[in-house]
Write a protein that binds this ligand. Structure first.
Ligand SMILES: [Fe+2]
Length: 248
């Protein structure tokens, strides 16, 4: 397995319900590093009425994170994007051209509420595409309106990409959800596995454990595709430098 890439996590402090303080943020970063993660795209929430932290504050915290990583001598490529809840704030960001895709590519980490109807999911996929971007649907396993593999296949058919959380695969969110994850993984309806880490204790990154699990259950080629190749390609679709400091 090549080095791991995490393109969905909440390790920036003071910006959402992720890391509470700088110390927690550092802890999360070190945990990811120890697990073999060498590329991280941090994705603070943007959600109407819940997480409306302005971009300037996010950028400031991101700069500090980079400084801390450097001070600790961690050789890790850091990118800054957001996890966009599919609501009017995302529509505004698309309209105003202020949307932050994942890395240097055109993918947008797009989150839906647990019970979002399938029609809403289709509407936002289409709207994001019409704006010239590709939706990467965050933690697909949480979308309760999607119960059959055919429904997820239809989203991919429309052009969406699919992200799944490592913790859910490992059973940390219950047996029922883990078995749904297994079904989707077996059907090859997942493009990316990421941590969605929020804090070191309750929602830690579990990427190395998940990589070992995927290798054991599905083989090393599939594990590498989900945890290295596909997320790398999303961040840097044209290859080139892994580092994104200039894009922050
Ligand atoms: Fe998230």
């Amino acid at each position: 397995m090549k080095d791991l890439v995490d393109i969905h996590c909440h390790i920036l402090p003071y910006v959402d319900d992720g890391a509470l303080r700088a110390q927690e943020s550092e802890e999360l970063l070190e945990m990811q590093y120890q697990q073999g993660v060498r590329t991280i795209c941090t994705t603070p929430h943007l959600r109407r009425g819940m997480f409306e932290t302005p971009d300037e504050k996010i950028v400031l915290q991101f700069e500090r994170l980079k400084e801390r990583a450097q001070a600790k001598g961690l050789d890790v490529a850091l990118f800054l994007s957001r996890e966009y809840h599919c609501d009017s704030l995302l529509l505004e960001a698309l309209r105003s051209g202020t949307v932050r895709p994942l890395g240097n590519g055109r993918c947008i980490l797009s989150e839906f509420s647990y019970g979002a109807p399938e029609e809403d999911i289709h509407y936002f996929i289409k709207t994001i595409q019409d704006s010239g971007f590709t939706p990467l649907i965050a933690h697909i396993e949480r979308c309760s309106s999607l119960q059959e593999t055919e429904q997820v296949a239809a989203l991919i058919e429309m052009g969406a990409k699919i992200q799944m959380n490592a913790t859910a695969i490992l059973g940390g969110e219950g047996r029922k959800r883990a078995s749904w994850c297994k079904k989707l993984l077996k059907a090859q309806l997942v493009h990316v596995v990421a941590s969605d880490a929020h804090d070191p204790e309750d929602r830690p990154p579990q990427l190395s454990e998940c990589a070992a699990h995927l290798e054991r259950k599905y083989g090393s080629a599939y594990a590498e595709l989900l945890m290295h190749t596909n997320p790398s390609d999303i961040l840097n679709p044209h290859g080139g430098s892994q580092h994104a400091e200039r894009d922050a």
